[in-house]
Design a binder for this molecule. Structure first.
Ligand SMILES: NC(=O)c1ccc[n+]([C@@H]2O[C@H](COP(=O)([O-])OP(=O)(O)OC[C@H]3O[C@@H](n4cnc5c(N)ncnc54)[C@H](O)[C@@H]3O)[C@@H](O)[C@H]2O)c1
Length: 305
């Protein structure tokens, strides 16, 4: 099974690629290394394509050469503050880039499955767990670009009949983080020796899921037969506030950590909750998360070196 992972050298890709390799997939990666790194994955030069998904000719050439049986499309710009500051770049990468990948995929008679990494940011603010049935209504350019990607995937499935899976990722955590999200920011300050750390909003809760559990879900979803077009949430199903994440670090370090609110980091508009209902993924794919927050944070600290 030849499987192409776009963005495979990134944070989540660095967990997905080895998981699929272990499962026996012959994995190819297409990545421009703008955020990712080749050091995150073990891939031969003849299986790695350095290229931009916005470059249609390069995408057509690579996909035409590889002729994958499956495509896992992870490449995107996704750090929300960066997307807000660079809306055209985000839209160009996440929409035009996805159109290029889909257009090359349409020409592959052997393609069996297309997997698209979408996001929880397609949902508006809800106070309870969100299921795939909840209405979508993105609040920012990132969520909007990903929702457009979902619509493009739907059209792709209607036109080709190829099984197409849209997976809405919630907040990933784990090794090889490429963007300054909450957990790497806490790590950075703690690694500098600080035990009073500066953070922004403390009360918002997020559904943190370890990248190893995510990779396992991707693996199981790729094994599903006769999917047609379907959408799955991928989160842990538990939400943690910023304070609770810092407390998990305290437990693992066995040290007290003080938090100071830095007004420059406080977001004026902020969701208070973002929690996934993952019952569909569990039921349909037989997926169960195994990494808890304490275990995941312990693993990060163990690798500080
Ligand atoms: N990390 C999260 O919490 C999270 C949450 C929801 C959805 N997602 C989605 O999951 C996917 C992977 O995210 P990630 O956290 O691993 O991010 P990441 O930035 O680490 O990975 C994206 C990869 O795509 C590559 N890339 C970016 N622009 C490209 C371009 N124009 N051409 C080719 N390659 C390009 C980067 O070099 C990187 O290796 C993305 O689609 C993202 O939107 C992530």
């Amino acid at each position: 099974m030849k499987t192409l992972v776009t963005g495979g050298a990134g944070f989540i890709g660095s967990a997905v690629v080895p998981t699929l390799q272990k499962e026996g997939h012959d994995v190819y990666v297409y990545d421009n290394l703008s955020f990712g790194s080749r050091d995150f994955i073990d891939i031969n030069d003849d299986h790695f394509y350095l290229g931009d998904i916005r470059d249609k000719a390069a995408v057509d050439k690579a996909i035409g050469e590889i002729k994958p049986d499956m495509i896992v499309h992870l490449a995107a710009i996704h750090f929300i503050p960066y997307c807000n500051e660079h809306p055209f770049e985000a839209a160009d990468t996440n929409i035009r880039g996805t159109m290029n990948i889909l257009s090359a995929a349409e020409k592959l008679p052997e393609l069996k499955k297309f997997f698209f990494a979408s996001t929880a940011a397609v949902y508006p603010i809800y106070d309870d767990a969100v299921s795939e049935e909840h209405e979508v209504h993105p609040l920012d350019i990132y969520g909007l670009s990903k929702l457009t990607g979902e619509h493009l995937c739907k059209r792709f499935n209607l036109e080709t009949g190829i099984d197409t899976i849209v997976c809405r990722f919630f907040n990933a955590f784990g090794p090889n983080e490429t963007n300054p999200h909450l957990i790497p920011e806490i790590e950075k300050q703690l690694r500098e020796g600080k035990r009073t750390i500066n953070l922004g909003n403390l009360t918002p809760k997020r559904d943190f899921i370890h990248t190893h559990d995510m990779a396992n879900a991707v693996r199981l979803l790729l094994n599903l037969k006769d999917v047609g077009y379907d959408t799955f949430n991928l989160g842990r199903g538990i939400e943690y506030s910023v304070v609770e994440i810092v407390e998990a670090f305290e437990r693992q370090l066995n040290e007290k950590i003080k938090i100071e609110v830095d007004p420059a980091r406080v977001r004026k508009v902020e969701r208070q909750h973002l929690l996934a209902d993952v019952s569909k993924l569990k039921k349909v794919a037989g997926w169960e998360p195994v990494w808890g927050i304490d275990e995941g944070i312990k693993n990060l600290i163990d690798n500080w070196g």
